[in-house]
Design a protein around this ligand. Structure first.
Ligand code: BYC
Length: 339
């Protein structure tokens, strides 16, 4: 286990590593103590199997969301209304690919390969975020995704920078910085539309109307039906419950919507003085469940496109593997010999 600053000490050797003991109880105790003391668990530290499996599940789902999330926005790259908007959008979509790579790398430190995780995504055995099963119908949707979807992502992910598993927490630091830029670009885009012609304003409002409720669903099921939250919070993988983060997001979004000159599509949304939070209307959990079951508007399109992209990239993976094999063991320029 290690603190955030130092990668690891050898207090708890991994099973099979030199010095490892079969004393699971002692390992469990060291693990629990480290988590309680806010230390980071590192890849070669002993960890409970269920902790490892939970991390792989969550990190994989997160990585898959990043790369599937490229699709709805990439849909608008060729139709961005100016060179400036196109350059910004391309940079954002590339950032999402990068986030996927950091996260697949974090999952690899838990002993699972990227190939295996992608295979599970392509065969429907692992999930990606429900939000990316909705279509991007107009240019304003790019703004709504940036403002609301990236805004929800930041709300959810900033606490993950303090996740007990070191590689995931460190990946999240960089991802959150980039997500902040994404959120700002979405806000700025929507502001320009909102203050534009009546048609542009209406387009921005329509996008917000369609993306608001699915953005609230991103935080996952309500606490009383969130099967993983309690254990994940005990392990300090998650720091807040789904409902806490959802409430935080609503409280942040309401004044931002006012500044944008747009309304949020919820007649029940109002400040509750007693609670110190906004009350909001009931979420359609039937829709959420249907989307998770594969019946959202774009589930099939997203996974078909993902499989196609993977197949079309086969030659790149083969070429990279052939290049690595050719240079393996040589004293030339290889990853292994670089400083
Ligand atoms: N969509 O017990 P629960 C991004 C599943 S990327 C689909 O509360 P947990 C972005 C959940 O997996 C956004 N499935 O689970 C990218 C579980 O099913 P399994 C992604 C969902 O893990 C590009 C079941 O429901 N962000 O922002 O404690 C461009 C029960 O749920 C969803 C992350 O992945 C959902 N919305 O909590 C722009 C962040 N919600 O696995 C933006 C990291 C729940 O047992 N992940 N499920 O089959 C997390 O923080 C947590 O995994 C969640 C769920 C809050 C999502």
């Amino acid at each position: 286990m290690a603190t955030a600053a130092a990668p690891r000490t050898d207090r708890t050797p991994a099973d099979g590593a030199p010095g490892a003991t079969a004393d699971t109880a002692a390992h469990q105790h060291a693990f629990d103590t480290a988590v309680a003391a806010e230390e980071r668990i590192e890849p070669r530290d002993w960890m409970p199997d269920a902790y490892r499996a939970t991390l792989v599940r969550q990190i994989a789902q997160h990585a898959h969301s990043e790369i599937i999330g490229m699709q709805p926005e990439a849909n608008w790259i060729t139709r961005a209304p100016s060179l400036r908007r196109k350059a910004i959008l391309m940079a954002k979509v590339q950032d999402e690919a990068g986030h996927g790579l950091y996260l697949y790398s974090a999952a690899e430190t838990l002993g699972t390969s990227r190939e295996e995780l992608l295979d599970k995504l392509h065969s429907g055995r692992q999930k990606y975020s429900s939000i990316f099963n909705y279509p991007t119908l107009t240019w304003a949707d790019v703004g709504a995704i940036g403002w609301l979807v990236d805004g929800a992502a930041i709300t959810n992910q900033v606490p993950l920078c303090r996740c007990s598993y070191g590689p995931y927490a460190r990946a999240m630091v960089r991802i959150c910085k980039e997500e902040s830029f994404h959120q700002r670009q979405g806000y700025e885009l929507l502001l320009a539309l909102s203050q534009g012609t009546p048609e542009q304003h209406a387009m921005a409002q329509d996008a917000v109307d369609r993306w608001w409720w699915p953005s609230l669903m991103m935080f996952g099921p309500p606490d009383d039906s969130s099967q993983h939250s309690a254990q994940s919070m005990e392990w300090k993988i998650k720091r807040h419950s789904n409902d806490e983060l959802r409430q935080r997001f609503v409280d942040i979004a309401v004044p931002q919507a006012e500044s944008l000159g747009l309304t949020l599509p919820d007649p029940d949304l109002k400040w509750n003085e007693e609670r110190g939070h906004h009350d909001f209307g009931a979420i359609d959990w039937t829709e959420f469940k249907e989307v998770l079951k594969g019946n959202g508007p774009c589930n099939e399109q997203r996974i078909t496109q993902r499989r196609r992209a993977h197949d079309e990239g086969a030659w790149v993976r083969e070429a990279a593997a052939a290049h690595a094999a050719k240079h393996a063991g040589s004293t030339g320029w290889t990853g292994a010999t670089r400083a």
